[in-house]
Design a protein around this ligand. Structure first.
Ligand code: ADP
Ligand code: MG
Length: 697
C-alpha cells in the first residue's frame, strides 16, 4: 500500500475526532485526499497595510500597530471583547466573541503586534473579527510570502480546524512523503505538456515560495484534472465508435419523399438542411450515432427530428421521442400527429397519466411493431415498454435527462438505436467538450425566415400602468400574453400563494379578458386543458410558474412578462423569452424587478435587453454563475470533482489537455503501452466505479 493511502487519523495533529470531521465535512479520508485539498487563494503576507488604506476591495490584510485599550460589550452569550487598535493612521476595532478571557490575558496594550484578518465595515467603523495577532519581533521574523487559505466549514472551525491549522497539518502530512510522491501522469504527457513533477506541484501549491513556482504548480494540477476528464471521455468515445455497430439507414423511402414534397409547409433553412445531412451521414455509416443538436428556441429542431424519424421509418425501424414534461410530450404528439396526418404512420403518446387500457394497447402495439412513433415522458424508459425494433431515439431538452437515463434506452435493444439529443440551452464549447465530449455536435445557427427578434425591456414593478396599457393593446390586436412568476420560497405552499395572488391581481386588472393559470402542482390533465385553451386562443392571459419554460409553442403569444425577473438565471430568462417570438408578429419580453438590484442582477438584465443570442447568453451565464450551477452538469458527465481547474477560466489549459489526450488515445486507445499504465490506473481511481461507462452513451 502506498503511503498516500494512509488513513488521516494517523497524520500528526489529526487523530480520530478530527479525522471524523474531515471525513464528514470535506470528504478527506487519506493522506492523498488531504494533499489534494488545495488552497483556494493566497494572501500576500509580505505587505503591511496602513489602516487609512483599508477599503472594501481588500479581503484580508495585515496591519502593524498597538492595542490602546480593551472594552467589553453585552452579556452572557452576546458578550464581545473589543480591542482598539491603531497604527497612527487610524483606528480599527479587533473583536472577539469567544475566548475573551484568553485574549485579555494574552495581549498587552502599547505593544507592537502584527494583526491579520478580514476587515468589515460596521456602523461606519472598520473592525476585524477574530484576527490573528502575533507579536512583532523584527523585520525578518515576520511570516512572509504567500499564505495559503483553505476552505473550511463551520464545524471544522469549531474544532479549531481553521485554515491556518489545516496548513500546519498539511505541512506534517507532506513531511511523511519523505521527498517522494508517485507520479500521477505518464512521462510522455508530462513532457508534451511541459509540466513540473507532481511532487514539486503539490509542494508549491501548499508552500509557494515565488509567484512563478505557484503558477507552475497551478498549471500542472489544473492540467491534470482537465486531462483526465478528456481522457475519460475520449477513451470511452473511441471504444464506442470502435465496438458499437449501428443500424444502417441507407434507404430514402416514401415517407420522407412524400412529406418533403407534399406536406412540408415551408422550405427548410440552410442550417436545418445541413444538420439533416450530418445525421444522414451518421446513420448510414454503420456506427451508432450519438449526436447533440443545439439550436436556439424556435430554430426548428423538432422539424429536423421529425424528418430524421421519417428516414428511420423508411428503413423499417420504430422510433421514439422523449420529452422532459407531459406538456411538452403532448405538444410534440400534436405536432407529429397533425404534420403526419395524411400519411400512413401510427403515432402514440405515452406518459405517466396514460390510462391502463390505453397503456396496454400501446405496449402490445410496440411489441408487434405496429406503432411507428412513440412520444412520451420518462414513462418511455420503464422496463415494461418493449419495442419490436427501435432504431432511432430523439431526446428533447437533454439537460433534464441524466446520462444514466440515456443509457437505459439501450437496454431496449440488443443493438443500441441511434440517439439524437436536442437542446435549446446552448452549451458553450468548453463545457460541451467537458460534459458532452462523447457526443458529436450539430448546431442550427439560423432562425426560420421572417422571425423578428423579441424586443426585451426592463421595467420596475412599481410602475405597471403603462405595461398594462400595452398588454391591453396587444390583446386588442388579437395577441396573447404570458405572465410568469418565479418559485420564490422554499415551501411550495408559499410559492403557490405567490402565484395565486398574482392571478387574482391580474384578473382584477383585466376584467374584460379571460385569464388562466398554470403551475407544477396541477394534475397533468388540468395543465393540458389550460394549455389547450390558451393554444386555441380562448384565454388571453396565462399566469404561470416556470412550468411553461420548455418547449411550449403558441405562435400567437407575443408578450412575455416575467415578474421578479431578478430571481431568474440568465439561461432561464432566455428560455422563457423563447416562448414568444414564434410567429410572424413582433414580440416583447418585459422583465419586471424592484428598484434595488445587485450589480450582478443589473448585469443579467442588461445582457437580456441587449442580446437575443443564446450562445452569448449561455457564455455570460457560465461566467456569472460558474459551471457548478449549470443545470444537469452533475449528472451529465463529469465523473470527478474539479478541485482546482475552472472550465471557463482555464479554457486554454482545457484545449491543451484535450489535444494531448486526443493524440494519446489515437496512438493507444486502450492505454495498453506500459508507459500508460499510470494513466489507466489513475482513471479507474478517479472515476471510482461510479458509473458503468461501458453502458453509457
Ligand atoms: P425548436 O424545437 O427548435 O424550439 P420548433 O421545431 O418547435 O423549434 O420550431 C418552431 C416553429 O417554427 C414551429 O412552429 C415550426 O413549425 C416552425 N418552423 C420550423 N422550421 C421552419 C422553417 N424552415 N421555416 C419556417 N418555419 C419553421
Ligand atoms: Mg422544441
Amino acid at each position: 500500500m502506498s503511503v498516500l493511502q494512509t488513513d488521516i487519523t494517523f497524520i500528526p495533529g489529526i487523530g480520530p475526532k478530527r479525522a471524523e470531521i474531515l471525513n464528514k465535512e470535506i470528504d478527506v479520508f487519506t493522506l492523498n485526499d488531504l494533499l489534494r485539498w488545495y488552497p483556494y487563494r493566497y494572501i500576500d503576507r509580505s505587505r503591511i497595510y496602513y489602516i487609512h488604506e483599508i477599503d472594501n476591495s481588500l479581503a484580508y490584510i495585515q496591519l502593524k500597530g498597538q492595542i490602546k485599550s480593551f472594552e467589553t460589550f453585552g452579556e452572557g452569550r452576546r458578550k464581545r471583547l473589543v480591542a482598539h487598535f491603531t497604527d497612527g493612521t487610524g483606528f480599527v476595532d479587533l473583536v472577539w466573541f469567544q475566548g475573551i478571557k484568553f485574549v485579555e490575558n494574552k495581549y498587552k496594550v502599547n505593544q507592537e503586534y502584527i494583526v491579520f484578518g478580514k476587515p468589515n465595515l460596521f456602523n461606519g467603523k472598520w473592525n476585524i473579527a477574530h484576527p490573528e495577532v502575533d507579536p512583532f519581533l523584527t523585520e525578518t521574523d515576520r511570516p512572509d510570502g504567500f499564505m495559503p487559505m483553505y476552505t473550511t466549514t463551520e464545524k471544522m472551525k469549531s474544532r479549531y480546524l481553521n485554515s491556518k491549522a489545516l496548513h500546519k497539518i498539511i505541512e506534517g502530512a507532506f513531511g511523511m512523503l519523505k521527498g517522494k510522491l508517485p507520479e500521477s501522469l505518464s512521462k510522455d504527457v508530462i513532457k508534451d505538456a511541459n509540466l513540473i513533477t507532481i511532487y514539486d506541484a503539490v509542494e508549491s501549491i501548499h508552500f509557494p515560495t515565488t509567484v512563478a513556482k505557484l503558477q507552475e504548480a497551478e498549471y500542472r494540477l489544473k492540467f491534470e484534472e482537465l486531462f483526465y476528464i478528456q481522457l475519460n471521455i475520449l477513451r470511452y468515445t473511441a471504444y464506442r465508435k470502435d465496438k458499437l455497430k449501428g443500424f444502417i439507414f441507407n434507404k430514402v423511402g416514401d415517407n420522407l419523399n412524400r412529406f418533403y414534397k407534399k406536406h412540408l409547409p415551408f422550405s427548410l433553412t440552410n442550417a436545418q438542411k445541413r444538420v439533416i445531412r450530418e445525421i444522414r451521414k451518421d446513420t448510414a455509416s454503420g456506427k451508432q450515432m450519438n449526436r447533440l443538436l443545439q439550436g436556439d428556441v424556435g430554430s426548428g429542431k423538432t422539424l429536423v427530428a421529425m424528418m430524421c424519424i421519417l428516414i428511420a421509418l423508411d428503413n423499417g425501424f420504430q422510433t421514439c421521442v422523449m420529452a422532459p414534461t407531459e406538456i411538452l410530450a403532448s405538444q410534440h404528439y400534436e405536432t407529429f400527429s397533425s404534420m403526419l396526418s395524411e400519411m400512413n404512420i401510427r403515432v402514440e403518446l405515452l406518459t405517466g397519466s396514460t390510462k391502463k387500457r390505453e397503456r396496454e394497447d400501446i405496449h402490445s402495439g410496440l411489441e408487434s411493431g405496429q406503432i411507428d412513433i412513440l412520444i412520451g415522458t420518462h414513462a418511455l424508459i420503464e422496463d415494461v415498454v418493449q419495442f419490436n425494433n427501435l432504431g432511432f431515439v430523439v431526446i428533447d431538452e437533454q439537460h433534464r435527462f441524466g446520462v444514466a437515463q440515456r443509457a437505459k434506452l439501450w437496454t431496449k435493444n440488443n443493438q443500441p438505436p441511434h440517439v439524437l439529443v436536442m437542446t435549446a440551452t446552448p452549451i458553450p464549447r468548453t463545457l460541451a467538450m467537458t460534459v458532452y465530449g462523447d457526443l458529436d455536435v450539430s448546431v442550427i445557427d439560423e432562425l426560420p425566415p421572417g422571425r423578428k427578434p423579441v424586443q426585451t425591456v426592463h421595467r420596475y414593478d412599481k410602475k405597471r400602468g403603462e405595461l398594462y396599457m400595452f398588454i391591453r393593446n396587444q390583446i386588442k390586436l388579437g395577441r396573447q400574453v404570458y405572465i410568469v412568476y418565479p418559485l420564490i420560497e422554499e415551501s411550495e405552499t408559499l410559492d403557490l400563494k405567490n402565484l395565486e395572488d398574482g392571478f387574482v391581481h391580474i384578473q382584477e386588472a383585466f376584467p374584460e379578458f379571460t385569464v388562466d393559470k398554470m403551475h407544477g402542482r396541477m394534475k397533468p390533465s388540468e395543465k393540458e386543458d389550460v394549455m389547450q385553451r390558451f393554444a386555441k386562443g380562448e384565454t388571453q392571459i396565462m399566469v404561470s410558474t416556470t412550468v411553461i419554460e420548455v418547449g411550449v409553442n403558441v405562435p400567437n403569444a407575443t408578450v412575455m412578462v416575467i415578474e421578479s425577473a431578478q430571481r431568474f438565471g440568465l439561461s432561464q430568462l432566455h428560455q422563457l423569452r423563447g416562448r414568444v417570438g414564434r410567429g410572424a408578429d413582433q414580440s416583447y419580453c418585459v422583465l419586471l424587478t424592484p428598484y434595488e438590484l445587485s450589480s450582478d442582477t443589473r448585469k443579467r438584465i442588461e445582457i437580456m435587453t441587449e442580446s437575443n443570442d443564446g450562445f452569448l447568453i449561455a457564455e455570460a451565464d457560465l461566467k456569472l454563475r460558474g459551471p457548478g450551477d449549470l443545470e444537469g452538469t452533475q449528472q451529465s458527465g463529469i465523473p470527478f470533482n474539479l478541485r482546482i481547474a475552472d472550465i471557463v477560466k482555464d479554457n486554454d489549459i482545457l484545449y491543451k489537455a484535450r489535444e494531448i489526450a486526443e493524440k494519446l488515445i489515437e496512438e493507444d486507445p486502450n492505454l495498453e503501452h506500459p508507459n500508460h499504465a499510470v494513466l489507466k490506473k489513475q482513471l479507474s481511481i478517479l472515476s471510482g466505479n461510479r458509473y458503468d461507462w461501458s453502458r453509457i452513451s
